[in-house]
Ligand binder design. Structure first.
Ligand code: NOJ
Ligand code: CA
Length: 535
């Protein structure tokens, strides 16, 4: 099924519906309480029926799991409770047979302190190539410009290693020493890991924490020119041997910095739309469309074939670190009143909890996720409105087992919702299906409309002759909105794509009035009629 579309700007990743899941928490085949690859294989039908075309798997390599697998102890082995390498290959083949692509993780900024490279490094003589796989210092004072990211748990980016008699550098937990990308042996080793997984047939790689690869004195050690140069090398070495594979950058920064990860179309194919994500929640909280319009307009210009990965929530705290302190405080006040809901600078809550388990607001959030420009990424469980558990430590409360059946009797399970037309799951399924039938929604251009109401977001997505109007009421009150639909001389038929209401033909030249229920979105196809009113 591997088609080579890479020369065109429309490729599988620009038209995909991505679903993020964790093998550990998705489906358990052998009753040991730990999800595994055979379990995941048994759920591919569910994912295909939902309309998912690409799976993103969180880390599944051998790991002590002190950061849930983002602490890799062996890059070419599967964490044993999840299955064997054959199980992984069987999963990959089954996903491909179901027309689904697979994105896996390339966690290369750091390893676990239990990785053999680190074991070797701490015992090797200072200055040797083996020692220099990691970043060492005699004092904890170097690179003082770099912030501490996990500021709730770590006080410094340096930790003393008695074995080596030196400090080692880590941007995340102290048990995650950073690899030293100034060492050419490290760069070669990382490219080898990349090829190992691409040779297995994975379609894309999520580049974890990729802003932090290099360190330089006098900088904040993020987004350095050396990091971009290496990413271009990664991309070139991928393109040299493989077709139809993609790189997805995990970087959380300002729009201008994020833009640099696409290069001139010669770096990453995708990057998570971290600038948009918190602004969606600002818009939901303030019931105003403006934060969405402003950030989308600032982030439209991407090289051909590059795309934002748009998301509502993921497995981490809802990060607010790239926002102004006042914006951050505003979101804390609305979404995380209790201290237990906060982590680092963010909010460790799931989508359903953030939106108060409010059905209409959850459908609305998905209607925006699936109609704004970019490739949507759904976080497992959010399609059924699964809850978090703030009693669990760190981010574990966002990573509880997928609720297949209704053991908890909350109604947030696949069993309770599948086939129930009014359920969140069935709404999400319909939104995905409609999006996938419309080129304009998948990859069309966007034009925002003046709606005359600050709580109403209006835009048209268009591709070729196809135009889809999206109108969303972010407020708790019903409203009427009046739109100018363009061409005064041409009849336009307005067809509701979601509720099956009869088509309407507004009077040409006259403003078109729509009614909107509280917290609702409408997707309307604008079909040019063949007749014109004047000839
Ligand atoms: C980003 C990942 O999303 C997060 O879960 C992890 O803890 C850090 N990178 C460190 O790998
Ligand atoms: Ca199991």
């Amino acid at each position: 099924m591997r088609d080579d579309l890479s020369a065109h700007s429309i490729s599988w990743h620009t038209d995909a519906i991505i679903y993020q899941l964790h093998v550990r928490t998705f489906a358990d085949s052998n009753g040991d309480g730990i999800g595994d690859f055979p379990g995941l294989i048994s759920k591919l039908d569910y994912l295909a029926d939902l309309g998912i075309t690409c799976l993103w798997l969180m880390p599944f390599c051998e790991s002590p799991l002190r950061d849930d697998g983002y602490d890799v102890a062996h890059y070419e082995r599967i964490h044993a409770p999840y299955g064997t390498m054959d199980d992984f290959q069987a999963f990959l083949d089954a996903a491909h047979a179901n027309e689904m692509r697979v994105i896996t993780e390339l966690v290369i900024n750091h390893t676990s302190d239990q990785h053999p490279w680190f074991e070797a490094a701490r015992h090797a003589p200072a200055g040797s190539a083996k020692r220099d796989f990691y970043v060492w210092s005699d004092t904890p004072d170097r690179y003082a410009g770099a912030r501490v990211i996990f500021c709730d748990v770590e006080a410094s980016n340096w930790t003393w290693d008695p074995e080596a008699g030196a400090y080692y550098w880590h941007r995340f937990f102290a048990h995650q020493p950073d690899l030293n990308f100034d060492n050419p042996h490290v760069r070669q080793a990382v490219l080898k890991v990349m090829r190992f997984w691409l040779d297995k047939g994975v379609d894309g790689l999520r580049l974890d924490a990729v802003a932090h690869l290099f360190e330089r004195e006098g900088t904040h050690c993020e987004n350095l020119p050396e990091t971009h140069a290496f990413l271009k090398e990664v991309r070139a070495s991928m393109d040299e041997r493989y077709t139809g594979r993609i790189l997805l950058a995990e970087v959380n920064d300002t729009p201008a910095q994020m833009r640099t990860y696409f290069g001139a179309g010669d770096e990453c194919h995708m990057a998570f739309h971290f600038p948009l994500m918190p602004r969606l929640f600002m818009a939901f909280a303030s019931e105003r469309a403006e934060p969405i319009v402003r950030i989308v307009e600032q982030t439209l210009d991407l090289p051909a074939g590059c795309r934002w990965a748009v998301f509502l929530r993921n497995h981490d705290e809802l990060t607010l670190s790239a926002l102004e302190p006042s914006e951050r405080a505003g979101l804390h006040d609305v979404y995380a009143q209790e201290q237990a809901m906060r982590l680092n600078h963010g909010i460790r809550r799931r989508l359903a909890n953030l939106l108060g388990h409010h059905h209409e607001r959850l459908v609305l959030a998905h209607a925006l996720l699936l109609s704004l420009p970019g490739t949507p990424v759904l976080y497992y469980g959010d399609e059924i409105g699964m809850s978090d558990n703030v009693a669990l430590p760190d981010r574990d409360g966002l990573r509880t087992p997928m609720q297949w059946d209704d053991g908890t009797a909350t109604g947030a399970s696949v069993e309770a919702q599948a086939g129930v037309p009014t359920s969140l799951l069935e709404h999400v399924r319909r939104l995905i299906a409609v999006r996938q039938r419309h080129d304009s929604l998948r990859h069309g251009a966007i034009e925002f409309l003046a709606t005359g109401d600050p709580s109403v977001l209006g835009f048209v997505r268009h591709a070729g002759d196809e135009r889809v109007l999206v109108v969303a009421n972010l407020s708790a009150s019903p409203t009427e909105t009046t739109l100018e639909l363009g061409d005064a001389n041409r009849l336009t038929m307005v067809v509701d794509l979601l509720d099956g209401a009869p088509a309407v033909v507004p009077t040409p030249g006259m403003p078109f009035t729509l009614t909107l229920a509280p917290y609702s979105a409408r997707w309307l196809s604008l079909v040019p009629s063949l007749e014109t009113t004047h000839s």
